[in-house]
Write a protein that binds this ligand. Sequence first.
Ligand SMILES: Nc1ncnc2c1ncn2[C@@H]1O[C@H](COP(=O)(O)OP(=O)(O)OP(=O)(O)O)[C@@H](O)[C@H]1O
Length: 251
Amino acid sequence: MTLLNLQHVQRVFNQNSVNPVMALKDITFRIDQGEYVAIMGESGAGKSTLLNIIATLEQATSGQVTLNGQDLGKLSKDEAARYRREHLGFVFQHFNLLDSLSNRDNIYLPLVLAKTPLNVMQERLTPLVNRLRINKIIDRFPSEISGGQQQRIAIARALITQPDLLLADEPTGALDSNTSNEILELFDDVNKNGQTIIMVTHSAAAASHAKRTLFIKDGRIYHELYRGDLTLPKYQQQISQTMMTLTNGGE
Ligand SMILES: Nc1ncnc2c1ncn2[C@@H]1O[C@H](COP(=O)(O)OP(=O)(O)OP(=O)(O)O)[C@@H](O)[C@H]1O
């Protein structure tokens, strides 16, 4: 079943100036419920703009974006903020945890903002603590744990709202390769449990964990690859080769 549907999305910055920037020229794709999709492309290709539009942080200049059939372009600012809280989960490169709150309270924060009763918050946290293996660090503070552990807490914060879609922006960008692998395995696990994930990344190793990779060049979809039955190293090699062709301007 289609979860996210982008049709001919265009985004122009500084539209009325002498130098308009066509960040997205014509983007069309669908993502089914339960998919795990990576988005790759060179710096300036339009990845962040695309993610921001899907996240309702920016509006497309033209074209349509729907999530579960709801037209995201028609939401007012307040509706968009509520929509983000209720339907989307975010994981960032630099974790974005609040140092003044314990890890547990960081995870609870989106539910506190949504005025969720404490017993519901506790019920939702229990399975996440086991799945994300954060039981030993749950009552410490972000400054007292490692980067990989902070990312686990951030993933728990993103999942506790039970979002339709998890948006991850370079989630392993600030981690060493061993810790990155642990976090990527966690994403695999979260996806196996049915969570739809979109991950923007510069890393072929990270993208190889997704089942499909979309390559963006100059504001358009340049290519897409499916993992199929390939092993992680083989698929990673294919992704790297596609990125090299894309960077060298090949067709
Ligand atoms: N607010 C803005 N005003 C004007 N131009 C912008 C704005 N935001 C992005 N752009 C331009 O739009 C294009 C796409 O930028 P975007 O940040 O989406 O690329 P990206 O693929 O995410 O790059 P990176 O990998 O470096 O983060 C670039 O040419 C960028 O300079």
